[in-house]
Ligand binder design. Structure first.
Ligand code: AMP
Ligand code: MG
Length: 338
């Protein structure tokens, strides 16, 4: 079992010394960021990075994001950074944004799945940034979950799943945002949004034209190439069948969900609508609350042993687009918009 380190309170940077040595020795460290928890390893050590793919059961053609603590560290792993890319880095780092940049040779192929590019993010979470700084190397870290499952937003949720698959477990409490970072790639001065997140399309539009990846809300077909390879895979899904319902007209949506509700179903809905259903749990009222709670709720549904889970969708504006991107995948694209 991985060694547990409780940093939920009385955090001091010194307490990370041992975990940073573990990173330097090529071991796996579970750690918090402001988005979701990550399974981290030295991103420049290919043997260490391979262990991440084994621990998660992740397909080798799905590249990892390198987490950095300084601009100098970005320049060690990426080259030909354009003025617009520097502008985005200066504006949003540290924070929940990943930028796909041209990679340098120093980055092992196993990190990038043999692509010429590398995903780079500078987390805002103090524990994450201190761990990277003390390790003095970029940390490769996908979300902390077995591939296909919802990402971990607190240690309790992923304890059984991952405790024996990592060497070190750093508990920093609940993650602030609860959804993975926004992923973008600048191509010919246009900002391509590959995965929506807390940094929204509307915010990015202030920096240039934003092009939405067609796969944000749609399935990737067998013969299609996705700019973000992660979009191809089953994601965030409970074992129980789930269906997502949405309408701009709230009363129409509730009526439709009521019709779907049977004896052994569970409804996941806005707190305001709980009383409309026989058996429902609330995911919060604001988009911020919903993004913070949604993975925890998706992780809890299998224990309830239902035949079907009916999930209320949200507007696709602001961080709503990120929530819908995750929910559509959690429902394996079983989505009804009325
Ligand atoms: P996760 O590791 O679970 O946070 O997911 C990272 C996401 O970023 C996945 O969807 C990856 O496919 C995507 N990604 C990472 N590196 C690259 C890259 N070089 N080019 C395109 N997408 C990337
Ligand atoms: Mg993930």
């Amino acid at each position: 079992m991985g060694k547990y380190l409780d940093l939920k309170s009385n955090y001091k940077r010194e307490k990370l010394r041992e975990a940073s040595h573990a990173i330097q020795e090529g071991k796996l460290v579970l750690f918090p960021t402001e988005t979701v928890y990550g399974i981290g390893a030295d991103g420049l050590n290919k043997e260490a990075v391979k262990k991440i793919f084994i621990a998660k059961g992740r397909k080798s053609d799905n590249p990892l994001i390198l987490h950095v603590s300084s601009i100098a560290m970005i320049e060690r792993i990426a080259k030909d950074i354009s003025p617009l890319e520097y502008k985005l880095i200066e504006s949003f780092f540290p924070g929940p944004l990943t930028i796909i940049l041209n990679r340098r040779e120093i980055v092992p192929n196993v990190v990038t799945a043999n692509l010429d590019t590398v995903g780079v993010r500078m987390p805002e979470n103090k524990i994450a940034r201190d761990l990277i700084e003390l390790s003095n190397t970029p940390i490769a870290a996908p979300s902390a979950n077995i591939s296909g499952k919802p990402s971990g937003t607190n240690i309790e949720d992923i304890w059984n799943e991952l405790k024996d698959r990592v060497d070190y477990i750093i508990d920093g409490g609940e993650t602030k945002i609860g959804l993975e970072s926004t992923v973008i790639q600048v191509i010919e001065d246009e900002i391509h949004l590959l995965r929506p997140g807390k940094i929204t399309c509307e915010t990015l539009e202030k920096y240039g034209k934003v092009v939405l990846s067609p796969h944000i809300l749609k399935e990737v077909k067998e013969d299609e190439i996705a700019l973000s390879p992660g979009m191809k895979y089953k994601h965030y899904a409970p074992n129980t069948n789930c269906i997502l319902v949405y309408s701009d007209d709230s009363s129409k949506m509730i009526e439709y969900m009521k019709k779907l509700e049977k004896e052994n179903t569970l409804v996941i809905t806005n707190d305001k609508n709980i009383s409309c259903f026989q058996n429902a749990i609330g995911y919060g009222t604001t988009l911020e609350e919903i993004s913070h709670n949604i993975f925890k709720i998706l992780r809890s549904v299998d224990q309830k042993k239902k035949d079907l889970v009916i999930i209320e969708g949200v507007t696709k504006e602001g961080i709503g687009l990120a929530i819908m991107n995750r929910l559509i995948r959690a429902c394996s694209h079983h989505y009804i918009e009325i």
